[in-house]
Write a protein that binds this ligand. Structure first.
Ligand SMILES: Nc1ncnc2c1ncn2[C@@H]1O[C@H](COP(=O)(O)OP(=O)(O)O)[C@@H](O)[C@H]1O
Ligand SMILES: [Mg+2]
Length: 211
């Protein structure tokens, strides 16, 4: 499902990693931990097709060029990018989703109750109100968005690190439900969030060490 072969990546003149290789099978759950600044987010952005490797090759769900890889993965980062559109549009992002499926997604993302409590519900415009949302609400919108995109691969970059305990628990619960059957790469500094994962790597000096 994911194959990185001798991947190297350099920002201008800062080399983040060199000759990194990793294979992840369909349905496998892989955790990555490591000190701040070691390159975890850079690696995830590469796998998301947001950056081009300096050298080496990557095949993500059958695709090897960033423009195509972008369509094959869903990414949830520390804080989501919400756009000046309705909650509905922020979630569906142009994907065709039936009302029934959307309802199920809102429930699974732990966000339905809150949306239903808003006077305009899912049609609430987020333009001026995006900063009124809590980090947990914004992150659950991002999860619902990823559920609509419905890719085989889910990339998580410290998805709960900006949230307080209660919100983090609700977001983690939604992510666990969503991760079932998916291929997941989860970057975190909280090892306890990786319970049940198939493999956990520690990233150090540009390399991945199996824990
Ligand atoms: N856009 C950028 N331009 C230049 N250097 C960057 C950029 N983003 C990150 N870096 C540097 O690359 C290294 C890896 O960063 P990052 O992947 O964000 O690490 P982590 O997610 O593990 O904290 C760090 O030294 C960081 O300062
Ligand atoms: Mg990071």
């Amino acid at each position: 499902m994911i194959e990185l072969k001798n991947l190297s990546f350099t920002y201008e003149n800062k080399e983040v990693f060199k000759n990194l290789s990793l294979k992840v099978k369909k349905g496998e759950k892989v955790g990555i931990i490591g000190e701040s600044g070691c390159g975890k987010s850079t690696l995830l952005r590469l796998m998301a097709g947001l950056y081009e490797p300096s050298s080496g090759e990557m095949i993500i769900d059958g695709e090897n060029i960033p423009e195509k890889i972008i369509r094959k993965v869903s990414v949830i980062m520390q804080s989501p990018m919400l756009l000046p559109m309705s909650i509905r549009e922020n979630i569906t992002m142009g994907h065709e989703v039936s009302e029934d499926k959307l309802k199920k997604i809102l429930e699974d993302a732990n966000i339905k109750k809150w949306i239903d409590s808003l006077p305009e519900g899912i049609e609430t415009y987020l333009g001026d109100r995006a900063d009124e949302l809590s980090g947990g609400q914004a992150q659950r919108i991002a999860i619902a968005r990823a559920m609509c995109k419905d890719t085989e691969i889910l990339l998580l970059d410290e998805p709960t690190s900006a949230l307080d305990g209660e919100n983090a628990a609700s977001v983690l619960e939604a992510l666990d439900r969503f991760s079932i059957g998916k291929t997941v790469i989860h970057v975190t500094h909280r090892k306890e969030h990786l319970n049940g994962y198939d493999r956990i790597f520690n990233m150090k000096d540009g390399c991945l060490f199996l824990q």
